[in-house]
Ligand binder design. Structure first.
Ligand code: HC0
Length: 568
């Protein structure tokens, strides 16, 4: 430990801490811009400079390490002047289009200008007119708004190991994006949207389809259904200014009805269905020496990643479509038939915490109903926008239930929304079906928590089934390299593209650099624990679906509608 003085107060911190961390410990909030708590600090924006006694120049607090007896001043005239100058230089080249910007009132640059009292820019900058990149079905890049903080580059390389974005050119011509000549869609980008959730300004964001959804709702010839993903119920609160992690499934269902959706369903229904399909597939592969490890296939950013980076492991992917796409296929077949609705009139919307789900819905193979199975995907952020646009006060709405038949869900399906949830849900079912008794505990701790790689082993019918759970694609890359090199042997691997799973998805609320994944995950587990039914095979509507329509898990019909194949 070392002791230093910050603004006249002694602070005791670990010896490898930075000045920023020491100041935080002392209750001081030094302004930052290129810094993000989930990323490696870079120190390039110089907004966090502080004065250090004896140093020749101001130091960037986010990267400067503390030393014993260091004397730091964070609020001197020199510091204030330098920070303002640095901020003004950024603003001089930034389009000041705040009212129409996607990040208006939720922009770190705007907030800093306000906090630092910068109401005028004293420098002559130069606006550039770089083309927008609208090539991707999931994301839009507005390079003119980029402030070169590098947060998107760091998340894409360090956390996701995707390396789709980088700095190009030098000086005033510097650009951040895919390599010159490429756009997002034809690059190795997996559309996970982690760049969008770490961007402090409006330089990259989800491609919104809110207007298409409003139009469908207003069309009397359309029957508009919506499925809500498990992770949205614990994150929408933040986007509406409520406490992070507040569970809101009931109010969200009520709000979706007020917005005009004809039927309000949940993706948790098909998450339960996935457990039966994928569990059966795993047991089949174990019995028949099929390709192992079986790797989950529900996270579309992960699917694109494996296609680009590990095509030799594609046969290990589960053939199950994601719950989103299973839902889409069933909405325009089973649901349409059961309710006498012409499937061509059904407009199927999904509400997701994920930008890659937009890409997944647009994949050419996702049309087994004979139509595009999911017509539009909106993110948690887009739902918040619709709620604001409709002037709904969600607090005033009483809780409502999802509609039948796709409104029935179990706690096992809810936990899909956080890393480890798919594995835990699968174990709750497989343990009971194979071993003939309930798991000793419903809370399977070895796969819980936000660690990037978790391992466990469970005995199923005399076989020790080895499991790995990973989230964040850099972790996935590490696990798959171990598998390829024979350094690790697993039977089942759960992979989610985003760190923490869907609770950390690229479509989730953004709140000035804060990280609310812990609160969201805790809420997911509380919702599960409060459910009377916590095992997927006990979902009565799923049982009914098999009885009336699909036959049994992995049946011919189930394969036609609920499974797919990925080819390199
Ligand atoms: Fe997920 Fe899903 S759990 S990927 O994160 O499997 O986005 O929330 O909807 O499809 O159910 C996202 C979340 C889903 C799917 C489910 C899975």
């Amino acid at each position: 430990m070392v002791t230093l003085k910050i603004d006249g107060h002694d602070v005791l911190v670990e010896k490898n801490a930075t000045i920023l961390q020491a100041a935080e410990k002392a209750g001081l909030k030094i302004p930052t811009l290129c810094y993000h708590p989930a990323l490696r600090p870079d120190g390039n924006c110089r907004v966090c400079v502080v004065e250090v006694a004896g140093a020749r120049s101001l130091m960037a607090a986010c990267i400067a390490p503390v030393t014993d007896k260091m004397v730091v001043n964070t609020n001197t005239p020199l510091v204030r002047e330098a920070r303002r100058t640095n901020l003004e230089l950024i603003l001089a080249n930034h389009p000041l289009e705040c009212p129409t910007c996607k990040r208006n009132l939720n922009c770190e640059l705007q907030q800093l200008a306000l906090d630092m009292g910068v109401s005028e820019v004293h420098y002559q900058g130069r606006q550039r007119e770089l083309p927008m990149d609208t090539s991707s079905p999931a994301l839009v890049r507005e390079p003119d708004k980029c402030i070169y903080c590098g947060r998107c580059v760091r998340v894409c390389s360090d956390v996701q190991a995707v390396n789709a974005l980088d700095f190009f050119n030098r000086g005033f011509d510097t650009e951040v994006g895919p390599p010159p000549g490429y756009n997002l869609n034809d690059s190795v980008c997996v559309q996970c949207g982690q760049c969008a959730t770490t961007c402090p300004v409006g330089a990259i964001y989800e491609k919104s389809v809110v207007d298409d959804v409003w139009q469908a709702i207003a069309d009397p010839n359309k029957h508009v259904v919506v499925q809500a993903a498990p992770a949205v119920q614990v994150s929408i609160a933040e986007a509406l200014g409520l406490e992070p992690g507040t569970p809101m499934a009931g109010k969200m269902a009520a709000a979706l009805r007020r917005l005009g959706f004809d039927r309000v369903f949940t993706t948790e229904f098909t998450a339960d269905l996935t457990i039966l399909e994928e569990g059966t597939e795993l047991l089949g592969r174990l019995k028949n020496n099929g390709a192992l490890p079986l790797i989950t296939s529900c996270s579309p950013g992960w699917i694109k990643f494996i296609e680009h980076n590990f095509p030799e492991l594609l046969e290990n992917l589960s053939t199950c479509k994601s719950p989103q796409q299973m839902f889409g296929a069933l909405a325009k077949t089973y649901y349409a038939e059961k309710n006498g609705i012409d499937p061509s009139k059904i407009y199927s919307v999904s509400l997701m915490p994920c930008t890659a789900k937009k890409y997944e819905a647009a994949r050419p193979e996702m049309n087994s109903s004979g139509y595009r199975d999911v017509d539009a995907v909106i993110t948690t952020r887009e739902l918040a926008r619709m709620i604001h646009e409709a002037s709904l006060d969600i607090n005033k709405l009483a809780d409502e239930q999802f509609d039948a038949p796709f409104g029935m869900l179990t706690g096992a399906a809810t936990i899909f929304g956080t890393t480890g949830g798919v594995a835990e849900a699968a174990l709750r079912t497989l343990y009971e079906l194979v071993n003939g008794q309930e798991m000793p505990t419903m809370e399977y701790e070895p796969v819980r928590g936000l660690d990037g790689i978790k391992e466990s082993s469970v005995n199923l019918g005399g076989t020790d089934v080895k499991i790995a759970v990973t989230s964040g694609l850099a972790n996935a890359r590490e696990v798959l390299n171990r598998v390829k090199n024979g350094e690790a042997e697993y039977h089942f691997i759960e992979i989610m593209a985003c760190p923490g799973g869907c609770i950390g998805g690229g479509g989730q609320p953004i709140k000035n650099g804060s990280d609310n994944r812990v609160a969201r995950a805790a809420s997911i587990y509380k919702v599960d624990a409060a459910n009377r039914v916590r095992k997927s095979h006990e979902n009565s509507a799923v049982k009914q679906l098999y009885k009336e329509y699909l036959g049994e898990p992995n049946s011919h019909k189930a394969h036609d509608l609920l499974h797919t194949h990925y080819t390199p």
